[in-house]
Design a protein around this ligand. Structure first.
Ligand code: FAD
Length: 467
């Protein structure tokens, strides 16, 4: 069904002075008989993506008033902070997934990639990514929310895309788990030379940010607590290295916590190679700039982000930032047109694919979550106050700090943005890390499954079957 075009939801910004908090946005009243006749006063709202931003928005949106459609190539949400745990079997994959359809029968979901947007006619062109069909179809929208995330940035380094593993989705975590076991099985086979075994059992992680550090810590736990019992003969050949071009790991953390994590890693035997640039990756070797080749068995690439093909397709139409190529929005999360630098009617962007012009925020779940909360509130307010003017303030990010697991039941927790002295490293921080993420998990099912798998892992070890 094609809806008639509506009046723009947001039409005017009042008080164009320097103080952002004083700005108020006016939403126009929207009443269209054809839309009301369908029982959805606000028309069709299409959400692209089922990640932190898209899923949160979907949950908080008032579906009585909006005909909500989600388009995403995956029909589930992934709780990424626990993805590293699931990649080594501390948790099972199902513990960190929430099915989109199950969440609300009151929505429509299409498993597909959005390919292109026709902003003029308010239509999205999509291609389904089902095994059975690669259907092409188009969906008209009244309001569009772009929350398609971002891709891992390989910085154009030769061989990374072909040979490295990434950690963005459950499918990546599954590949990692399989590869670790495969390296050990391969190294245990007869006729392997010492040199080959050492190469196979070198686990390399590129990227010393929270994702790279947490993954290295989880992998180290897995190898020392579970693999070591099954392949004791090989343990003295295992090495792990974290590479980063920056001078320190966990660059966004307080300096004392960075030092703490670095010392802990050194004590565990995880090598940290900072100020180091990977120049090329081949099937079995890393080529380090000015330092020769290093063989590896598994390479996990956990560096920065870049645009995905969909956001790249918009480069001629919308404003983007130069570094991570994210869509630029105003402080009301409206996408800015390249033609006139003005917001495009009823099109919003949030999460890793977008950033606010002149107010760059980190690409984290925390930011995505807060933006989704803000936008759902604004959109619900429009629905509630139909017929009257609706006012809202610009989005303001509240930094709640950051945390990272560093292995052996220890974590670093940096809450200095909230309170100057609130930082902690060690077991208490780990308890805080676990309980915070446990509290944030969405469904009751996963709230039961997660502690159950923690207990199972603690009692019987992690699953090492290769499937
Ligand atoms: P995503 O969650 O990546 O979701 C993007 C969605 O868009 C996906 O459903 C994807 O399938 C879909 N999509 C992609 N292309 C298209 C298309 N063409 N059409 C339609 N849909 C599309 N942040 C924290 O704050 N704390 C943490 O502890 C933390 N830990 C992390 C651990 C890991 C291993 C990783 C990878 C990230 C972590 N992050 C963390 C970062 C956080 O996960 C991201 O910032 C967050 O996922 C961004 O949310 P998003 O919705 O923008 O993108």
């Amino acid at each position: 069904t094609l809806y008639p075009k509506r009046l723009p939801l947001m039409t005017q910004i009042e008080g164009k002075n320097e103080n952002i908090s004083q700005k108020k946005l006016i939403f126009n009243k929207i009443t269209k008989r054809s839309i009301e006749s369908l029982g959805k006063t606000q028309g069709r709202l299409v959400i692209l993506g089922s990640g932190w931003a898209g899923f949160k928005l979907l949950r908080d949106l008032n579906k009585e008033h909006y005909e909500a459609i989600v388009i995403s190539p995956r029909n589930y949400f992934v709780f990424t902070p626990l993805l590293a745990s699931s990649s080594v079997g501390t948790l099972e994959f199902r513990c960190i997934m929430e099915p989109i359809r199950k969440y609300s029968p009151n929505i429509q979901y299409y498993q597909a990639y959005a390919d292109k947007i026709d902003f003029k006619n308010q239509v999205i062109h999509c291609t389904s990514n089902l095994e059975l069909s690669k259907n092409k179809f188009s969906i008209p929208y009244d309001t569009l929310v772009i929350a398609v995330g971002a891709n891992s940035n390989t910085f154009g380094i030769k061989g990374v895309g072909d040979h490295a593993l990434f950690l963005k989705d459950v499918s990546d975590a599954r590949k990692i788990r399989q590869r670790v076991i495969e390296c050990f099985e391969h190294a245990s086979q007869p006729s392997m030379s010492e040199e080959e075994i050492i190469g196979l059992l070198h686990f390399a992680v590129v990227g010393g940010g929270p994702t790279g550090v947490e993954f290295s810590a989880e992998l180290h736990d897995f190898i020392t607590e579970d693999i070591s019992r099954l392949y004791p003969r090989l343990m003295n050949k295992v090495t792990m290295t974290v590479y980063d071009v920056a001078p320190q790991i966990l660059g966004s953390f307080d300096v004392s916590l960075r030092d703490y994590a670095t010392k802990k890693f050194a004590r565990k035997g995880i090598k940290i190679r900072t100020n180091t640039q990977v120049a090329e990756v081949t099937e079995r070797k890393l080529v380090i700039k000015d330092n020769g080749d290093v063989p590896y068995g598994m390479l996990v690439w956990a560096t920065g982000l870049t645009d995905n093909p969909f956001t790249r397709s918009m480069s001629d139409q919308v404003l983007k930032d130069q570094s991570a190529k994210r869509l630029l929005t105003d402080e009301f999360l409206r996408v800015l047109s390249k033609e006139n630098n003005q917001p495009i009617d009823n099109v919003y962007a949030l999460g890793d694919c977008a950033t606010i012009k002149d107010n760059d925020l980190p690409a984290t779940a925390q930011v995505a979550n807060q933006k989704a909360k803000y936008l759902s509130k604004a959109l619900n307010q429009i629905a509630k106050d139909r017929g009257s003017m609706v006012r809202t303030s610009p989005f303001v990010f509240r930094n709640l700090g950051s945390m990272a697991y560093i292995g052996k039941k220890e974590a670093v927790v940096d809450l200095t943005p909230v309170s100057e002295r609130a930082k902690e490293g060690g077991t208490i921080a780990w308890l805080f890390w676990r309980s915070s993420y446990f509290t944030m998990t969405v469904s009751l099912r996963n709230k039961l499954l997660i502690p159950m798998y923690w207990l199972l892992t603690w009692s019987f070890g992690r699953d090492i079957s290769r499937f």
